[in-house]
Design a protein around this ligand. Sequence first.
Ligand SMILES: Cc1cc2nc3c(=O)[nH]c(=O)nc-3n(C[C@H](O)[C@H](O)[C@H](O)COP(=O)(O)OP(=O)(O)OC[C@H]3O[C@@H](n4cnc5c(N)ncnc54)[C@H](O)[C@@H]3O)c2cc1C
Length: 347
Amino acid sequence: MGHCGYVRDNQLGKDGHVSVHSRPSLRRKLEPDGTDRLVLNMTAPLDCLVIGAGPAGLTAAIYLARFHLTVEVVHGNDSRAALIPRTRNHAGFPGGIAGSDLLERMQAQASEFGTHFVKGIVEDLRREKDLFVARSSDNRWSARSVLLATGVVNNCPNMPKKLHDEALALGLLRYCPICDGYEVTDRRIAVIGTGERGVKEAVFLRMYSSDVSLISLEGAHDLTAEQRKTLENANIALHEGPCLAFGIRNQQLAVSIPEGDFAFDAVYPALGSVIRSELAVLLGAKTSPEGCIIVDPHQRTTIPGLYAAGDVAKGLDQISHAMGEAGVAATAMRNDLACTRPLLRPS
Ligand SMILES: Cc1cc2nc3c(=O)[nH]c(=O)nc-3n(C[C@H](O)[C@H](O)[C@H](O)COP(=O)(O)OP(=O)(O)OC[C@H]3O[C@@H](n4cnc5c(N)ncnc54)[C@H](O)[C@@H]3O)c2cc1C
């Protein structure tokens, strides 16, 4: 059964793909066993397709469904928030909440209002007349408007995935000083990186601890004389890479570099991230030099009907920011749709 108590009417297309056209209307269907049931007839385009089910996509889905718009969320099931062992800076949760629990709650909340979720990666997004058409390997959506809430992926240091995930779960490897620098107050911290990004992150973390090292991932550090001075003034230790190996020892993360083995209570990679703005680029939307989608104050991209929220748009990579942007985007989507046809509740 669907979330509203209806069954979706997804038909296998001739090419073997499941076609999901989507402005649902109800129709009766006679089953082979003689039972009569109501099904959702997906014949008209969706009002809104949300791509991504992290804090941004899920917040937008809650808003859009509560505007009585037809909304579907397609997602690759790899929100960065799912990697958070326990967030303690997200307001409203004294004692913190695991990222996966937060996502689960938000998805349940969006489902309460009839949002439908589909797992899959959207590989193609294009404009066909006044609609957007999105395709994954086995689905197709047409929608009047699209929200890209596709996030970013952190670049990881060169360590086996099993070790990476274990260190992350134990809080020995961390990716977000704003989020969890507080948790490593007065601990032994290393930043893996160099250049402006590495220096900024090390100096930021110096606010939490007097024991901060900056280690380059690959060869020698790439630092200007001024950057070296900044590090020296802040009493941040500099170590040259390459990082040869990592390992968990005595509840610390050990890093092997040519100088020797060093163990830390927390290691922060400052290696940048891949911004998942490729669908916006496909459509010709403007992006920043780093690849973030450029949006106006209402989260509209430079393509009419296409919106972006969360980490994929330029801004603070935080749950609260993603949620705030998504609320703004969803309201703009509703208001822009209302300009194309009146959104009036039938009497
Ligand atoms: C280890 C770690 C700890 C963190 N701790 C905190 C914290 O304590 N507090 C805090 O505020 N922030 C924290 N963050 C940051 C926070 O996780 C992000 O800011 C937040 O998840 C951004 O939300 P988003 O919805 O923009 O993107 P994401 O949560 O990354 O979601 C992106 C979604 O898009 C989907 N997607 C991408 N491309 C496609 C595609 N082509 N087709 C379909 N789906 C697609 C993904 O599958 C996913 O569902 C942390 C991040 C990490 C990595």
